[in-house]
Each structure stands twice: as structure tokens, then as C-alpha cells.
Design a protein around this ligand. Structure first.
Ligand code: NAD
Length: 395
């Protein structure tokens, strides 16, 4: 080996050592993580609102109207507070050269739960500096280690809840891979025991609390033997030790992506647990089968905080043409529904889902136009009237 190779290996080895040292520190913090917050016992719950970029402020405003309708009594009695958080626009992030300004992180940490609009992550060719994703910094800053996404297709008997590991895998050192020399680049995939155990407990608890009997773990453990192998084994071990009533089955990610809608293959899918990258891909495939952008929302859950959002982005082509008032608010409204369920009002989330079924399918009276017909706000008027009607019927 020549001297240049030796130097390149020494530099890479030093860098790798620094990454490992940082990871041991993070593992200690994960081990000390507290018990999940019990929202039912809180006297006061603060819902922070991050409007986002592009179409975000318009559609989030509609979702806030839905929150105000669903939680009217709680807001009136001041048990629940809705608190806007300013300062996370792409213009400000670009001006400061920071993806997540410290004042925004502090304001988010001061809330119990957050509803967030989509945020721009600059790509080559965008008019913005090449900032890292504000979404992933928020997930890390609030320690939101689970990405939860429900997928329902009642006509096909599908009622799935995905639990994606949100912080580790290929993403945790995403911008810290090593360009060893011109010929050789290395990225990393990280799987920790405490990180996987807390994900396993979140998914298995959800299964137990919601009468689910099977948890499916999706990996490529036959090839990625350490990271995926440990991930799969840890979830099986936690289930066997602490949740003996729940059956764990395993699947490979390539087969899962290919055969997701095959009833023989997806038999017994109820709660599905995946490492970060596979979760990102498979949940997007599932959302596409469910009905695409307007139909899916996701929750980012930790023990002390939770953040809820639509699955789509900022829709720059709509926003730049002044068409934001006609953007579809359904996905972020579904996210608001997940939030309401998470803080202890599962019945009100179910009420919203019923109202959405009525307004989007059975009595679809408002079909959003594009610059001429009904707007996002018109749809929300219809939805809130429908919710009030359902509330009246239940009373
Ligand atoms: P996108 O989801 O913004 O748009 C994809 C297509 O769907 C476009 O045609 C868009 O006009 C349409 N669309 C999206 N939401 C819509 C809505 N509510 N109503 C009607 N049409 C809608 O995806 P993209 O163009 O790849 O990304 C744009 C920006 O959003 C990027 O900066 C990306 O990083 C960001 N993004 C953010 C998040 C997030 O914050 N969670 C998620 C995805 C993308």
C-alpha cells in the first residue's frame, strides 16, 4: 500500500472513531430517556403551530380551524392552548444560514405537541443555500424517534399502522459519511440496542392498547446482518419478554415493497415496524396505494414531545402561481386528527375521520378547483359544519 493510501485510511479511521464516540454519548442519553408523557393527567396542554413554507401556512390555517372545532370546550376552559410559533420560514433560515434557529427549537420544546406545515429542504438549483433538512433537525432536537403512519383502505380490509425508526439507520450520520479518497466513499448505517428497544416498546404498546395481535418486522436482515439483524432480533426479544400475547412475524423489505397489496403476502399485517430508510420508502408506497397526497398524515413521536404533519411537501408550483388557497388541506387535517387522538381524545379523532369520509366520498359536495372553484377554506367550512352536525347527532 502506498503512503497516500495509508494517510487516507488514517484520516478515515480517526473520523470514524469520532463518530463512534459521539454515538456512545447519544446512547447514554437514550438510556436515560423518561417514560412517555401521560396527556390525560396534564392540567394544561400546549399545541404549537409551525405553519411551514409554500402552501403550508394556508393549509395549516385550515387544520387549526378543525382543531378549534374539535377541541372547542377544552380551549374555552383553557386546558388546551393553541400557540403559533413564528420564525421557521425558508427566507429566515436562509438569512441566518441556520436550518433550525435556536429560538424556534426552544419555542417547540416549550410545547407538548406540534402541528407542522411542510418545510423546504433546499436542493441543487433551488434559490436557497444548501441547508440541511429542518425536519430532521426538529426530529433530533425533540427526540422524536418514531415515525408513525396509519394507512386505511376499508374496502380491502386494510387497517395498518407503520412504525418507522426515525433517527438512526442511514440518516443519523447522513451528512457525515467519509470520502476516503477520490476512488472511495463510505456512508454508514447505525442500529443501537436502546434505540431499537424504545421503538419496539412504542409499537408493541400501540398493538396491545389497540387490540392488535400481530407485529410485522420488515428488514433486509439476510444481507445487512448487523444493523438489520440486530433490529429484527431486538424487536422479537422485547415482544417475547414483555408482550407474550403478541405474535411477531418477519418480512424482507424488497418482497414487502413488491407485494404490499397482495392479500396472501400482507395477511396479518396490522402493526408494521421498519428501520428508517425502508420505513421512508415503504410508507410512501402504502400512502400512494391509499390514495396519494391528500389521504395520508404522519406522526413523529417521542416520550416528551410529538409532532404531526402532512406527508406532502410545500407544493412550490402551486405556491409560486398564487394557487395556495386551492391546495388540498386534507392531509394536514388528518395530521391534526392524529394529534387530537394522541393527546387523549380518540373519540374526537374518530369523529373527524367520519366527517372526512362524508366530505371526501359519500356526500362529496365541495370539490376544490384550481384558481376558480371552491377553495381550501370552502372545503373546511363544509367539514366543520359536518363535524358540528355529527356532534349534534351524538348529543
Ligand atoms: P410536493 O409534495 O411538494 O409536491 C408534489 C406534487 O404534489 C406537486 O405537483 C404539488 O403541486 C402537489 N401537491 C403537494 N401537496 C399538495 C396539496 N396539499 N394540494 C394539492 N397539490 C399538492 O413534493 P416536492 O415538489 O418533491 O417537494 C417540494 C418541497 O417540499 C421540497 O423542498 C421538499 O424538500 C419539501 N418537502 C417537505 C416535506 C415535509 O416538510 N415533511 C415533505 C416532502 C417534501
Amino acid at each position: 500500500m502506498d503512503a497516500l493510501h495509508t494517510q487516507a485510511i488514517e484520516r478515515a479511521t480517526k473520523r470514524f472513531g469520532e463518530l463512534l464516540a459521539g454515538e456512545f454519548e447519544r446512547i447514554e442519553r437514550v438510556k436515560q430517556g423518561g417514560k412517555p408523557k401521560d396527556y390525560a393527567s396534564l392540567d394544561h396542554i400546549t399545541i404549537g403551530i409551525l405553519p411551514g413554507d409554500g402552501i403550508g401556512p394556508t393549509i395549516v390555517q385550515q387544520a387549526v380551524r378543525v382543531l378549534e372545532c374539535l377541541l372547542a370546550d377544552q380551549i374555552a376552559s383553557e386546558r388546551i392552548e393553541i400557540r403559533p410559533i413564528d420564525g421557521l420560514t425558508i427566507e429566515r433560515r436562509a438569512e441566518l444560514g441556520e436550518s433550525l434557529p435556536q429560538d424556534v427549537l426552544e419555542a417547540a420544546l416549550a410545547c407538548d405537541v406540534l402541528l407542522k406545515g411542510p418545510l423546504v429542504t433546499p436542493r441543487p438549483g433551488d434559490p436557497w443555500p444548501n441547508l440541511v433538512s429542518a425536519n430532521s433537525l426538529l426530529r433530533r432536537g425533540l427526540d422524536l424517534f418514531v415515525g408513525m403512519r396509519p394507512i386505511r383502505m376499508p374496502d380491502q380490509g386494510i387497517d395498518w399502522t407503520f412504525f418507522r425508526e426515525n433517527l438512526e439507520g442511514e440518516y443519523i450520520w447522513g451528512d457525515k459519511g467519509i470520502q476516503v479518497n477520490d476512488d472511495l466513499a463510505v456512508d454508514f448505517k447505525v442500529c443501537t440496542l436502546p434505540g431499537t428497544e424504545r421503538l419496539a416498546r412504542m409499537a408493541l404498546n400501540y398493538a396491545r392498547d389497540n387490540g392488535k395481535t400481530t407485529v410485522t418486522v420488515v428488514t433486509k436482515a439476510n444481507i445487512v446482518k448487523h444493523a438489520d439483524g440486530n433490529f429484527q432480533k431486538t424487536i422479537c426479544d422485547v415482544a417475547e419478554r414483555e408482550y407474550p400475547e403478541i405474535t411477531v412475524q418477519t418480512r424482507l423489505v424488497d418482497a414487502t415493497a413488491a407485494k404490499l397489496m397482495d392479500p396472501d403476502f400482507n395477511k396479518d399485517f396490522q402493526v408494521i415496524v421498519l428501520p428508517n430508510l425502508y420505513g421512508d420508502i415503504v410508507t410512501d408506497i402504502a400512502a400512494e396505494h391509499q390514495g396519494g397526497l391528500g389521504s395520508a398524515a404522519s406522526a413523529n413521536l417521542g416520550t416528551q414531545h410529538a409532532l404531526f404533519e402532512a406527508i406532502h411537501g410545500t407544493a412550490p408550483t402551486l405556491a409560486e402561481r398564487g394557487l395556495a388557497p386551492w391546495a388540498n388541506p386534507c392531509s394536514v387535517i388528518r395530521a391534526a386528527g392524529l394529534l387530537v387522538g394522541h393527546i387523549g381524545f380518540a373519540d374526537r379523532r374518530a369523529l373527524l375521520e367520519r366527517a372526512l369520509d362524508i366530505c371526501c366520498t359519500t356526500e362529496r359536495r365541495v370539490v376544490m378547483g384550481m384558481g376558480d372553484g371552491p377553495t381550501s377554506a370552502d372545503f373546511t367550512d363544509y367539514l366543520t359544519e359536518t363535524i358540528e352536525g355529527l356532534k349534534g347527532n351524538a348529543a
